[in-house]
Design a protein around this ligand. Structure first.
Ligand SMILES: [Zn+2]
Ligand SMILES: [Zn+2]
Ligand SMILES: [Zn+2]
Length: 164
């Protein structure tokens, strides 16, 4: 998979989000197919909900959305679907928010480095190899084995800065 030259970070409110979703689902299907994994109906539905916006969503909100039509999906089902999606790099978990967000670059190994807006809650994935390298370098000096190179940076997104 090729890395886009100018990855979009915070997209304007009026962007074609349907395109983001279609793209994410298509990539997810390709990745699962290439690894012999199945994007089951439930996994796909959870991925759809995570991709409803660029604002990370909590597991219980996902559950509520799933059961909005009178369904009786159990929390464990949602957590299992999220585990699957994370294992395939399709979603990231943001610990500071205890929420999940869709990955912009699934299929490409990378750490999870996010800019998170304190006002609207939108999260954008920072794509910078230098961050990964700096983390590896620092960790190896410390004799530390990195498991999750997660970076969560809080602040204000361009739209919220403008609204201030
Ligand atoms: Zn979008
Ligand atoms: Zn990602
Ligand atoms: Zn914002």
């Amino acid at each position: 998979m090729t890395r886009p030259k100018t990855p979009a970070l915070f997209l304007p409110e009026e962007h074609d989000h349907g395109h983001c979703v279609a793209d994410a689902i298509e990539k997810a299907e390709q990745i699962c197919a290439s690894r012999g994994s199945r994007l089951t109906k439930m996994r796909r539905r959870v991925l759809d909900i995570v991709w409803e916006s660029h604002v990370p969503v909590g597991a219980y909100d996902i559950l509520e959305r799933l059961n909005a039509g009178g369904g009786r999906t159990a929390p464990i089902t949602v957590y299992r679907a999220l585990e699957f999606l994370m294992a395939h790099g399709l979603v990231h978990r943001l610990s500071s928010l205890n929420a999940y967000t869709g990955c912009d670059l699934p299929g490409t190994p990378h750490g999870a480095h996010f800019l998170i807006c304190n006002a609207c809650g939108a999260a954008a994935e920072l794509q910078d190899d230098q961050i990964d390298r700096a983390i590896s370098r620092g960790a190896s000096k410390a004799g530390f084995a990195v498991d999750a190179p997660v970076v969560e940076v809080r602040g204000l997104c361009p739209a919220c800065r403008e609204a201030e």
